[in-house]
Design a protein around this ligand. Sequence first.
Ligand SMILES: *Cc1c(COP(=O)(O)O)cnc(C)c1O
Length: 433
Amino acid sequence: MKFVSTRNSELKVNLSEALQMGLAKDGGLYIPEYFPQFDWESLDPNISYPDFACQLLKPFFNEDELKEKLHQICKESFTFEAPVITLDEHNYVLELFHGPTLSFKDFGARFLASCLSQIKSNKSFSILVATSGDTGSAVAAAFYQKPNINVVVMFPEGKISHRQERQITCWGDNVLALSVKGNFDDCQRLVKEAFGENWWHQRTYLNTSNSINIGRLLPQSTYYAYSAWQFYLKHKKQANYIVPSGNIGNVTACFWAKKMGLPIGDIVISQNENNVIGEYLQTQLMPNKKSIETLANAMDVGKPSNFERLSKLLGSFDAFKATITSYKAADTEIIETIKKAKEKYNYIACPHTATAFFARENQPSEEKLKPYIMVATADPAKFNDVVEPALEEKVELPQRLKLLLEKEQTAKHIAPDMQELMNVYSTTFDKIP
Ligand SMILES: *Cc1c(COP(=O)(O)O)cnc(C)c1O
């Protein structure tokens, strides 16, 4: 299996190269050359999640130096569960927040960290990450104290939740946390710009662990595949999904699982006020807006990187329109939905997850009788400043989060400016001769 750029199918690389480069040379994103069909029907129904993931991902590792390591990578990355909770006969929740930093980002970040630390290399490398909240903590946790790797996490100052910020700034050592005076798109632009600057390439193998990196998306397809397979074994029906979306990576991974032949029906996108997909469906114009701040801040993305992957997969605007339904939840609707989910199902949803519940409530009645799995992207405890006032009650603080919150904080502040980024990188990481 080779990986090609979304912008040029002649630009082929091995998996390890795609993982190391992050972004393709032509500025496109790497995608698999094709999607192999996965023979889930003949699987032993009792195999473990890591074993299942290993089977699913095997073809993508086929021709690569990491092939022999895949089993170990799956075992050390997927150390926590992705349970499907039953709300009622037609409504389910796929909880993706049982990892170390309490969002689905742990799946991708840990898998990528494990892959990168297995690749043989003579130069150290640097992971540059822009985060709208949850990627930063997941990546910092996954790469913390990995030898020969420097991590720079940039987050928009004052625009992420208090607990998200503490989970990014609590590491130190090889993790540099940067509070950037700007929004998420400014942070993402700095990452992209760095790839065009020789300054970085002279020093280090530059990498990013944003969902630009294919090493994030491949592992994310495993929880859709696994949950759809388990759902089918239990209910003899295809599962339909609603995925809270921002940078469109998570939902693209769901489409990939479907493309591999897993029993997945419809895939619905839920967004906050940054409903770029809804607008694209109306205007046919590529999303490229300034992001708006909302209560579901990990979805505050105006120009989603993975749009390029999803539209490539679906082929044309007409196919996109025929396949995708999208819903938008405004902040007031997010709050209302958090209350409603608690009343109706006794379920506590984070603000992002609430957008999926909102979409479900607003689907046409014929959809209501089909089984839908709403994707819970983060633990509500991460967003206690939104959820607790809405419910007028305390949300339980998981022990692993409590431990992170108690650690000492270190963050540096910069303007959204390349020179400032280079300066702070040098003073932190360049060895004085
Ligand atoms: C990152 C994130 C999202 C958005 O996922 P994308 O892959 O960017 O679409 C949704 N919810 C939470 C909690 C997140 O951390």
